[in-house]
Design a protein around this ligand. Structure first.
Ligand code: DX5
Ligand code: ZN
Length: 222
């Protein structure tokens, strides 16, 4: 099963509730929320209050992608705001094992994110502890960037590591995902697709999700 997680970063924040409901009606599986602090990445977005508001408007799982320094400090507030999945960057967590344990103890699913230049091997000793790996397919910080082709190899390597672990670990991708790149990342082994621009900047949110879904189905049927 391929899950589609629309990223609110590309949504119209003035009409968030409406756009979330359109995404839900279009068949979104999760809602992806990008938290940026202006330090780990050169952009600032939002914090727990926005997540809390979104929680009121959807029952879909909230996938909270923390692009921040000092993630440990914010696990409890994001969980309290309604996060179902909290992902932290390998590059920003000095004590990754401790951070993952804290996320799991909070009651949230725990995921680790790898930037395009971070090798898959960095998760070898910790893979069995996590529920999800997120491979960035662009540099984090902004929506609307071009998919980095060399990340396909990393997705394949990560898929092999996950299969070897014999655990049910989701493999998510984030950045530059549209109908064309969706097919390639699925072939490489991804099963959760984050998409911002290709969904929220389209004329119809629902039509964009269903055309992404069609692209994924064609691939999984082959
Ligand atoms: C980038 C974010 C992404 C972003 C993807 O740092 O992590 O979730 O919203 O946007 P698109 O789909 O436009 O590349
Ligand atoms: Zn993201």
């Amino acid at each position: 099963m391929i899950r589609i997680a629309p990223s609110l970063l590309a949504a119209d924040f003035g009409h968030l509730a409406k756009q979330i409901s359109e995404a839900e009606q279009g068949g979104a599986d999760w809602i992806h929320l990008d938290v940026m602090d202006g330090h780990f990445v050169p952009n600032i977005t939002f914090g727990p209050p926005l997540v809390r508001s979104v929680r009121k408007y959807t029952k879909l799982p909230l996938d909270v992608h923390l692009m921040i320094e000092d993630a440990d400090k914010f696990i409890a507030p994001f969980r309290a705001a309604g996060a179902d999945i909290i992902t932290v960057h390998q590059e920003s967590c000095l004590h990754l094992y401790r951070t993952i344990q804290a996320i799991k103890e909070s009651g949230s699913k725990a995921g680790v994110v790898l930037n395009p230049a971070t090798p898959v091997d960095t998760l070898k000793s910790i893979i069995e502890e996590i529920d999800l790996v997120l491979i960035m397919t662009v540099e984090p910080g902004f929506g609307g960037q071009q998919f980095i082709q060399s990340t396909l190899q990393k997705i394949q390597e990560m898929r092999e590591m996950i299969n070897l672990s014999k655990k049910e670990i989701l493999l998510e991708v984030d950045g530059g995902i549209d109908r064309d790149t969706a097919a390639d990342v699925i072939d490489a082994g991804a099963n959760v697709l984050v998409a911002g621009t290709s969904i929220f900047k389209a004329d119809s949110i629902q039509a964009a999700i269903s055309s992404l879904r069609t692209a994924t189905k064609k691939r999984t049927q082959q």
